[in-house]
Design a protein around this ligand. Structure first.
Ligand code: ZN
Length: 242
């Protein structure tokens, strides 16, 4: 099966539509959470994701914040402004949809979480030390994570005590090594200084990982953010990818 892997859409409809079109035909989609927060199109993004065939979707920390599963006070002031704006915008059915999403799902030979297997919604896997600790918290060959908005592959080879970090090259297909923790990057708010939308295609037959970057119309998203008076910093960062 050809599975589309998306994460951290963050209410950026233009990036999401561009990714869905670029990905072409797939047998299913696994979405690693954060459908909303930061961007100008929360309802449109939730509705588009919900309608995808054979969808498996997780809750992210921003989704959890808008449905009050966590305290928005833990976010920085600008992120809080955007969470409050998002809450005002979201329709009741879309809020209810976000509220019932789970934070950890095992599908095929993969554990899916937003943050980390140890702390599915909140922990940021930002280095090999944290990744090493987290290999003890799942037992499938692979774990797919989002949350950091940074594409990465952490590998724990046979007999190895410490994970290695591999920064994947865009538009290259690799065969995933068992065991690994893999982050496809962010659709709607990349933070690796590459503003292009990030996603991956996972082929379940041979465990291949096709990691892709694709440009989208950032200015149109910025225009909508301006019109909604969303925080300037969030508008600026899209163009530079940080
Ligand atoms: Zn996120």
């Amino acid at each position: 099966m050809r599975i589309l892997i998306i994460s951290d859409i963050h209410a950026n409809l233009t990036a999401l539509e561009t990714v869905l079109e670029h990905a072409g035909e797939v047998d299913g989609t696994w979405c690693l959470g954060d459908l909303v927060g930061y961007g100008p199109d929360p309802n449109e993004c939730v509705e588009l994701v919900r309608a995808l065939p054979n969808l498996t979707c997780l809750i992210g920390n921003h989704d959890a914040a808008v449905v009050n599963q966590m305290d928005a006070a833990t976010f920085n002031p600008e992120a809080r402004v955007s969470i409050e704006w998002t809450l005002q915008q979201l329709s009741l059915p879309n809020l209810e949809y976000l509220a019932q999403l789970r934070n950890r799902i095992v599908v095929e030979n993969v554990t899916l979480v937003h943050g980390s297997p140890r702390s599915p919604t909140f922990e940021y896997l930002l280095d090999t030390h944290l990744a090493t600790i987290n290999f003890a918290y799942f037992d499938t060959p692979y774990c797919f994570v989002g949350h950091t908005h940074l594409p990465a592959q952490y590998l724990l080879g046979n007999g190895q005590g410490h994970a290695n970090l591999l920064i994947p090259q865009p538009n290259q297909v690799t065969r995933l090594a068992s065991r690994s923790i893999i982050n496809p990057g962010s659709v709607g708010q990349p933070r690796d200084r590459d503003p292009r939308a990030a996603y991956a295609i996972f082929e379940t037959q041979n465990n291949s990982w096709d990691y892709r970057r694709i440009p989208y119309d950032i200015q149109s998203v910025q225009k909508r953010m301006k019109a909604h008076k969303l925080p300037e910093r969030h508008i600026q960062r899209l163009a530079a990818g940080w």
